[in-house]
Design a protein around this ligand. Sequence first.
Ligand code: ACM
Length: 587
Amino acid sequence: MSAPTPTPGLLPAPVSLHPAAGSFPLADGTPVRTDPALVAAARWWRRVTEDAFGLDLPFTVSPAGPSSGGTSLPDAAAPAGVTLALDAARPAGGYRLEVTPESVLLTAADAAGAHAGVQTLRQLAGPQAYRAAPVAGVPADAAQLPALTIEDHPRFGWRGVLLDVARHFLPTREVLRFVDLAAAHKLNVVQLHLTDDQGWRMQVHRYPLLTEVGGWRTESNVGTWRTGVFDGRPHGGFYSQDDLREIVAYARERGVVVVPEIDAPGHVEAAVAAYPFLGTRKAPHAVRTTWGVSTEVLDPSDEALEFFTNVLDEVLDVFDSPWIAIGGDEVPTTLWRENPAIVARAEERGLADVADLAGWFLARLSEHVTAKGRRAVVWDEGFGEQLPRDVVVTAWRGFTVGADALEAGNDVVMAPEQVVYLDHRAGDGEDEPVPVGFLRTVEDVYAFDPFPPEVLAQYPGLDAAPGRLLGAQAEVWSEHLDSPRRVDYAAFPRLAAFAEVVWSPTAERAPGGSASAEFLARLGHDHLPRLDAAGVEYRPLDGPKPWQQRPGVHGFLRHLDQEMAAGGWAGVGGWVEGRDEHSEGQA
Ligand code: ACM
């Protein structure tokens, strides 16, 4: 840890920071003035200062200066107090922050930039700013903001994290807390994985059995499914549409878009349990209690398509996200091939192979989403000839499929499980709780590049590819995360490393290990105290605390080098259908 920790240790690191002399005292009566377009960020900042420091900041909504062409900068010097102004010259999603002993001027071209800027203000105000109430003994100058100038903008527009609330339900308050923590790291997308084999979590008025039946299971696997251990305890829960609207609104106030995910035509056993006509066997069925990939996929019938279209209409009503995720991952075709009616249907639809029914189903759902003015998002198995080009592809199986999708003209979000599946083990010690998946340390995640130059060089066609790399997404799958405490442990601090990857432009990062050492120093010195103050039960850098361990609960270690040698990751990309190791830890 030789590199000096930069003051004040922001995370993610800003593009540029120039310290100046002195500081700005936040105090009772400090005026806050905001442009109407940035009011949500300003209101959030006022709430934070009220909660954490007990301050009462008078609030004015009006442009700081003459408004024209998306700019409302003050005429002359920044007014005393805190000012949020529009400046069309700022990059999209970015901000400029100028703190002097007299004033704080935050300028942004858009609301997203203002949200990022107020998160920086919070970090500048110190760990106390992450508490819910003032602490006796906090010195009176605790709300001092150091004088400085910051210019900052994001590397990627899609800085996502998936939260799996299907495998283990999290109450609404915990989802809100997770959204808060995502925003605190300048992440702007939370993909809510609402449905899977083991549970359906969204209330759908038209089909109440989805949650009445599909919202709970009799028991759960404990650890890897290979050992066949179950807890004998029912698990369940679902979100009412009002709960979900609350989550959406709460996220919006923090600059976060909640992308709902309804997974189809695989990962549907909970829906099939509720409405057996959806399945291939049309027989009574239980919500799945084991992890792993299920062969019980939808019968890709016109009735199932109508059902899921109706479900999506309620999703579109509740969620205002421009993107709607419709799943598409891991669709074993075993039961389709065994079913003459389904084989015949594939032929009737002019499909070359019965497996193409998955693409057919996804294409129809995505057309419906597009017709409603949104864009569908699919996992990369859904990419293929049938997929409309306006669908976003989330590449989780590696670079090849991401590159193929970009070359075909689809926009892509990189989420390779080799690096950014945060349910995978963070350490290789005996004490690591439920150690599944690949070993991925905080340093590994920090070294992640959604498309590293040496990989890009393998895909020369990408230079002219019509698709856009929107960004990247980390995934918090929850088979082995059965409580908010376990989610905290898996997600943090690796999500902080991921946040810096997707926010801070690479050009600003030192090459190789030195960046990692500097990052670790800044993480330990400046950022973990923020997480402590926020009550996040992260994984300590030197390993789990005794009560974070799960002795006796077995995981399953995967070796990337062996899987690549065996062809499982052809060009860091292919998937061998039916390879059951694949399912451990995430699917
Ligand atoms: C996935 O991990 N099945 C997207």
